[in-house]
Design a protein around this ligand. Structure first.
Ligand SMILES: Nc1ncnc2c1ncn2[C@@H]1O[C@H](COP(=O)(O)OP(=O)(O)O)[C@@H](O)[C@H]1O
Ligand SMILES: [Mg+2]
Length: 368
């Protein structure tokens, strides 16, 4: 039996039987944190595999190996994290050196749940162990502070040479919002250069530190301002949010095409308000029709990341500042959102591992 030290634990991990786990890449640094109290072990490890490949099966295998290696162990509380791959891009590295991936959450129309999806995606990724930042770039309707229950203003850090804003943090997500800086009651008339100037400052003048994902909640639509923003932010990719109705799908298609024209990969489509589950009977109803998001994704040859149900708890949670993925553990909602976030993580990884794998989006002739 080895000692329950860092290197003892590392030796045990190396005995885990799983082909996903490249044992040559396990180092002492893999073990982020461990605490022994009596016969219980609290262990956090960061494995050199992607977030989306972490599974309960792998977790159980590791626990089994640990228990057989340390036979006095009774209970193992294991927090598994995966390493997120980084998007290689010189423009991004210059602006955001500590940020591995930059993601736009966009929609053709407002009110489809873009911010709701951005917030829940961010919180779900953080729950899975990723470090996540969120920039509320929706200059027309900054709603992230409310949705994440943040009321303070960001502090400023200053020394002789630099001055940086410190992002606020809740549910493991670092946040900066245009809403922190403008008065709710004083409407701002944004022109394209002002908006992109503000968003640029959110990238360069904020102390983001090391992040796996920096998510941008974009203003809805496909006009000049959106186009300027998309070209200001060096993006790894975009996620398009739509509802199943035709009116929303038409605009989602426009958003998709906007990203394609400026060579930003679309990582996938999320359909919000996909269905409703009756709380009394558990029966599923397709209120706005069915499968619009997935058939759009199919038709344009982009991944479908999943559908989020419509539920009053999602709206109430948004207003209370408690994201549903946090508020309803072990629920259908949590599961659906975690699945979407893992599908998303997988798409980021596919792009990063093989940047040439750009999928050809199928545009109509009159769109080109
Ligand atoms: N799946 C859902 N179920 C119930 N309410 C939702 C859902 N998605 C969004 N909402 C509500 O709809 C409104 C608009 O959503 P929001 O995320 O602000 O949209 P957008 O950012 O696209 O304008 C908000 O009040 C939000 O709480
Ligand atoms: Mg919004």
């Amino acid at each position: 039996m080895s000692d329950m030290t860092k290197s003892g634990i590392l030796n045990a991990l190396k005995k885990t039987d799983d082909d996903k786990l490249n044992k040559n890449l396990l180092t002492l640094n893999t073990i982020k944190d461990f605490k022994v109290s009596g016969n219980n072990l609290d262990l956090t490890i960061s494995l050199p595999i992607s977030q989306s490949e972490l599974s309960d099966k792998l977790k159980n295998k590791i626990i089994t190996v640990l228990k057989s290696e340390f036979n006095t162990l009774d209970k193992v509380e294991l927090n598994l994290q995966g390493k997120v791959t980084a998007h290689q891009d010189s423009k991004k590295d210059a602006l955001l050196p500590g940020v591995k991936n930059t993601i736009a959450v966009a929609s053709g129309k407002g009110g489809v749940g873009k911010s709701t999806v951005a917030v829940n995606l961010a919180v779900a990724l953080a729950k899975d162990g990723a470090s996540v930042g969120l920039i509320d770039a929706d200059i027309y309707g900054p709603s992230i502070p409310l949705m994440l229950g943040i009321k303070e203003k960001p502090k400023v850090y200053q020394d002789k040479t630099t001055m940086k804003m410190i992002p606020l943090e809740n549910y493991g997500v670092k946040v900066i919002s245009i809403g922190f800086l403008v008065d709710d009651n004083a409407p701002v008339i944004w022109r394209g250069p002002m908006a992109s100037g503000a968003v640029k400052q959110f990238m360069t003048d904020v102390e983001w530190g090391e992040l796996d994902y920096l998510i941008f909640d974009m203003p809805p639509g496909t006009g000049d301002i959106q186009l300027t923003l998309v070209q200001t932010v060096p993006l790894t990719g975009a996620v398009i949010v739509t509802t199943p109705q035709e009116v929303s799908l038409i605009d989602a298609r426009k958003a998709l095409k906007m990203f394609t024209r400026v060579n930003v990969p679309v990582l996938g489509v999320v359909e919000n308000m996909s269905y409703f589950i009756a709380p009394d009977t558990g029966k599923k109803y397709d209120i706005f029709g069915t499968g619009g998001g997935s058939s759009l994704a199919n038709e344009l040859n982009v991944p479908f990341l999943g559908g989020m149900p419509i539920d009053s708890r999602i709206r109430v949670g948004g207003d209370k500042g408690v994201p549903i993925v946090y508020d309803a553990p072990n629920s259908e909602y949590e599961k659906v959102i975690i699945d979407i976030s893992r599908n998303f993580g997988k798409q980021v990884e596919i792009r990063n591992i093989n940047p040439e794998s750009k999928v050809e989006i199928l545009l109509d002739d009159d769109d080109k």
